[in-house]
Design a protein around this ligand. Structure first.
Ligand code: ATP
Length: 636
């Protein structure tokens, strides 16, 4: 049986994937079956979050014992097909073919182009020169902001690098001070401009979701308050008080795939800071990078251990592969930043990292002293080395929740450590419900009472604040431990209606918006709740607006579902005081260490993990990694 038929037989393909293969067959009935199957798989790959399909690892996509072609002959058949372009260089636009085969990956042409354009733009942003002057003059303020700079403080290194690197990656787990560091480095850049007699740089703060943007702005305002005694009021006044979603920043044009801002109409900002970069997919990151004005600085913040974006890409992981571990400085940066970082600059200047290519330069002139052996030109630093600072020290007050040791064991995929920590029960406010598969029947924990309480809140703002106090997170969408089934059961219990009847409107119903609606100002991932208004009308309330809450008639809402239970994927970018993380009874492919890590790091004050040791072990043994060529394109 042909591979395409076999894939159909096991229902591995979506109708869209099949349609692509069938179109190619119609256009050329002699197209080999292996090429048709690969085309369908390249389409499926995007739906599963990969940038392309790797014929050497087909089981990453379809985990089945099929008659998979041998990788080399499959690659040869692809390269020989008239439907597959094989560009001569990674920078070149591929000729007009529906598929591109490059560096071992088969791409849908559009995704190869996103990847190529993103890499080009990131390299251009990274190469742009920063103002060389004013670093010495910043030393007193820098010492105030980062008293531990000379002792290797990674936050200080991140801030100092922002004065040298036009593309900057600041990474770290929750509470490692990414936002605090951003506030301080932005203050430094503003002071630098003011000291040079320039206007302050125009700064944009953005995040992939509204909730993440709100959290970013909130953390930034707190970090600004901490700087109020430093005598830099002018600079603090120039810091933005709000953050927007990436879509809003780029300017959505209703019903068009293009944004208002792009390379031809760049963003009017000198510095663009993007939080939760791990959630940004390939097309969006490409459009963002292209919309950043020439010479403007792009700063990406993110936690590399979190789940990758739901849509195609794993962009942050690709960029970070090219950026190294973020613990070293390039030699030229170390020299320039020595007035700020002192001894730490020397200590963290990586021996393997050569000065910038422009500083070393190819030797085109005769050596001054011919007797001295000519030294070979130093190679350019690999990829984006020297553009990343990785923060590891946790700064959160952890009296109430002792998350760090568990998050670390999960991040490492260490099953023994993870289970030992969970079973010992000695981490403050972490509770392991071993083998519990029904969160609504858990002993000593009354989820329904919490949800019922929301309906009795004094006003919508109080109810919305209460809603963020506790959330039920699931690994899966479907199945008995999935968000959908649990929502149906919770709705039934709260509304008194039968399970399976259409969702009812009742006070206290939590809602999750599942599409972007610019008309309503409601976006995918926004959470609201139903409550009566003063006149007794049942309305759906969401945060925002001049009053702090906005009301909508339930019948007029964009696509939505109940939000008592939410998948970890949907909860990315949000935090809740208390989290109940419900794992499925049986292992499932979407379970991974990144999913567990993302789920448990949503908790601020208490965490409950429910599931079996076997399922936890299976999840820890799996990576949510994605196939992508971005790291390679950026010179990993
Ligand atoms: N250098 C520091 N000295 C003292 N407190 C700090 C420092 N850095 C961060 N903090 C504190 O640690 C907490 C977390 O910081 P911050 O919000 O900046 O972390 P984050 O990495 O942005 O977190 P998240 O992952 O939630 O976005 C805050 O209360 C902040 O005030």
């Amino acid at each position: 049986m042909s591979l395409l038929r076999e894939l159909d037989r096991i229902n591995a393909l979506r109708p869209l994937d099949d349609a692509l293969a069938n179109t190619l067959r119609r256009l050329d009935p002699d197209t080999p079956d292996s090429v048709l199957a690969a085309a369908a798989l390249a389409s499926l790959a995007v739906a599963q979050g990969h940038a392309g399909f790797d014929p050497a690892q087909p089981r990453l996509l379809v985990d089945a014992e099929l008659a998979w072609p041998e990788a080399d002959s499959w690659a040869q058949a692809l390269a020989a097909s008239r439907f597959v372009a094989t560009p001569a260089a990674e920078d070149l636009q591929a000729e007009a073919a529906p598929l591109v085969f490059e560096h071992g990956l088969l791409y849908l042409r559009r995704y190869r182009e996103y990847e190529r354009r993103l890499a080009l733009r990131l390299r251009a942003i990274a190469a742009a020169a920063m103002p060389e002057t004013g670093i010495d003059a910043l030393a007193p303020l820098f010492a105030q902001l980062f008293p531990d700079a000379a002792r290797g403080d990674a936050q200080a290194r991140a801030a100092a690098l922002a004065l040298r690197r036009n593309l900057l990656l600041v990474t770290g787990g929750p509470g490692t001070g990414k936002t605090t560091t951003i506030a301080r480095l932005l203050a430094l850049r503003i002071v630098q401009a003011l000291q040079a007699g320039h206007p302050p740089p125009r700064i944009a703060l953005a995040a992939p979701t509204g909730r993440a943007a709100d959290r970013m702005a909130e953390s930034l305002r707190r970090a600004v308050r901490q700087m109020e005694s430093f005598g830099i009021d002018d600079a603090l006044a120039a810091l933005p008080g709000e953050a927007s979603t990436l879509h809003r920043l780029l300017g959505v044009i209703p019903d068009a795939p293009r944004f208002r801002h792009h390379a031809g109409n760049p963003l009017p900002f000198d510095i663009v800071v993007v939080d939760e970069a791990s959630m940004v997919d390939l097309p969006l990151m490409c459009k963002l990078a292209e919309a950043v004005a020439d010479g403007a600085q792009l700063i990406l913040l993110g936690d590399p251990d979190q789940l990758p974006s739901v849509e195609a890409g794993d962009v942050l992981a690709g960029i970070l592969r090219a950026a190294g571990d973020g613990n070293t400085l390039r030699a030229d940066d170390a020299a320039a930043l020595a007035p700020l970082l002192g001894a730490a600059a020397v200590a963290s200047a990586g021996a393997d990292i050569a000065p910038a290519a422009e500083a070393a330069g190819p030797q085109t002139t005769l050596p001054l002293f011919p007797a001295e052996p000519a030294r070979p030109a130093l190679p350019a630093p690999p990829g984006l080395h020297g553009h990343r600072a990785h923060l590891t020290r946790g700064w959160r007050q952890s009296d109430s929740l002792q998350l760090a040791p568990l998050a670390d064991a999960v991040r490492r995929g260490d099953t023994d450590d993870t289970l030992a920590l969970l079973r010992a029960g000695s981490l403050a406010n972490i509770h392991f419900h071993d083998g519990t598969d029904d969160p609504l029947a858990a002993r000593g924990f009354d989820l329904l009472a919490h949800f019922r309480g929301l309906a009795n809140a004094a006003d919508p703002a109080t109810a919305l604040a209460g809603a963020n106090r506790l959330r039920l997170l699931t690994a899966l969408r479907d199945g008995p431990q999935g968000a959908r089934g649990l929502n149906a059961r919770i709705e039934a219990q709260l509304s008194g209606r039968r399970i399976g009847s259409p969702p009812a409107w009742f006070p206290g119903r939590l809602l999750l918006i599942t599409e972007n609606s610019y008309r309503h100002g409601l976006f995918n991932g926004d959470v609201g709740l139903c409550l009566f208004d003063a006149s007794g009308a049942l309305l759906a309330w969401f945060p925002g607006g001049s009053e702090g809450v906005r009301a909508f008639h339930p019948a007029a809402l964009p696509a939505h579902e109940s939000a008592f239970a939410m998948t970890v994927h949907k909860a990315q970018g949000s935090e809740f005081d208390e989290v109940w993380l419900q794992l499925p009874r049986q292992d499932a492919r979407v379970l991974s260490r990144e999913l567990l890590y993302t789920g448990l790091t949503r908790a601020r004050t208490a965490l409950h993990i429910a599931g079996s040791a076997e399922v936890i072990a299976a999840a820890l043994g799996r990576h949510a990694g994605r196939v992508s060529g971005l790291g390679w394109r950026l010179g990993e």
